[in-house]
Design a protein around this ligand. Structure first.
Ligand code: ADP
Ligand code: MG
Length: 317
């Protein structure tokens, strides 16, 4: 079977079957934004994640500086720790370098990594350096979270409201290399509210919302008319002739937080986050019974929600 038939997530399921572990300290292995491990510090979990960036897949050297690549490589990992309610701590970095890259370019890349590391108090403790046909950077990041504050993808309940931070879409224009992972927001949320699930938006609102629903074994209605559209979603829509909402639903790389709470917390949560952190939180959907499936409600009409988002092996639209 070809990779294009199974897709990225089908392939990961195959890996998961091969990689089963019996270690009692593994709380979550494959299947969430990070792995979750117990037994390392009282009342805490260790979080463990890895994300890679590859030249001409995640970035094009024509449109992004070396400093920005460095910042992005660490930021995408930090975003996954934030998605679990945690704090990033320690990282290892592997880089693959084509011969033609200069020493000063490599150093700029590391200046970018260091800037983001300092901002989020992450210590870089080592890594590996190899030659490669195209530039790649892969970062493994450890973080921690108090046990009571851990938020996973799999506990959204029927009736819960789906909330998103910031505004979405059009990230290819700028945000994909300039975003700040939402650690402060995540920490504020887990300390003050009981979230039932959370994910960071890397593959697109539609795709990532469906991941929460699938893991939680529930259905989902997205309120299309309420999705906060970024100015870049609108700008890009003029060029692509798609609706701005399409960009907000399917573009990916927003690195905002998508999470669920019971309806009674919604008003207070939105108000307090606005006051304390000056961050916009918007209700964008509702968790429903599994038998209702995944739907998009827009313009007074329900349509089937296609969770198409970024997949490394399927044709992305
Ligand atoms: P995210 O978008 O949040 O970074 P991914 O979609 O990359 O998450 O990964 C989903 C899950 O699959 C994670 O638990 C991740 O650790 C796991 N995973 C991805 N690729 C591999 C791989 N090559 N081997 C083992 N596990 C993997
Ligand atoms: Mg993630």
């Amino acid at each position: 079977m070809k990779l294009s038939q199974i897709g990225e997530f089908g392939l990961i399921e195959e890996f998961k079957n091969i990689l089963q572990t019996k270690d009692k300290n593994v709380v979550i292995g494959i299947g969430d934004d990070t792995a979750v491990i117990k037994g390392y510090r009282k009342n805490h979990y260790l979080l463990f994640t890895e994300d890679a960036l590859v030249q001409n897949i995640h970035f094009n050297l024509k449109n992004i500086s070396w400093l920005q690549i460095g910042k992005k490589a660490l930021s995408v990992n930090i975003s996954d720790i934030a998605a679990m309610g945690g704090i990033p701590k320690f990282a290892l970095i592997s880089i693959g370098l084509p011969q033609k890259i200069s020493v000063s370019q490599c150093k700029n890349l590391y200046q970018g990594i260091k800037k983001t590391a300092d901002k989020y108090k992450v210590s870089i403790l080592g890594g590996d350096t190899v030659s490669a046909k195209e530039l790649f950077i892969s970062i493994s990041l450890l973080g921690e979270v108090e046990r009571k504050n851990l938020v996973t993808r799999n506990k959204a309940k029927e009736g819960d409201i789906l909330l998103v931070s910031g505004s979405l879409g059009g990230t290819i224009l700028k945000k994909h290399y300039s975003f700040s992972p939402q650690v402060d927001l995540s920490r504020y949320l887990v300390k003050h509210f009981k979230l039932s699930s959370m994910i960071d938006l890397s593959d697109g609102l539609a795709s990532d919302a469906v991941k929460i629903a699938q893991k939680s074994q529930v259905g989902l209605i997205l309120f299309g008319d309420d999705v906060p559209l970024s100015s870049d979603a609108k700008k890009l829509a003029k060029k692509t002739s798609k609706a701005p909402l399409c960009h907000a639903l399917f573009d990916g790389e927003d690195y905002e937080l998508l999470f669920t709470v019971p309806p009674r917390s919604v008003t207070k949560l939105i108000q307090q986050v606005k006051e304390k952190l000056k961050i916009l939180i918007t209700p964008v959907g509702k968790i429903v019974n599994k038998k209702e499936g995944y739907q998009l409600y827009s313009n007074h009409k329900y349509t089937k929600l296609h969770p198409k988002g970024f997949d490394h092996f399927l044709s992305n639209t």
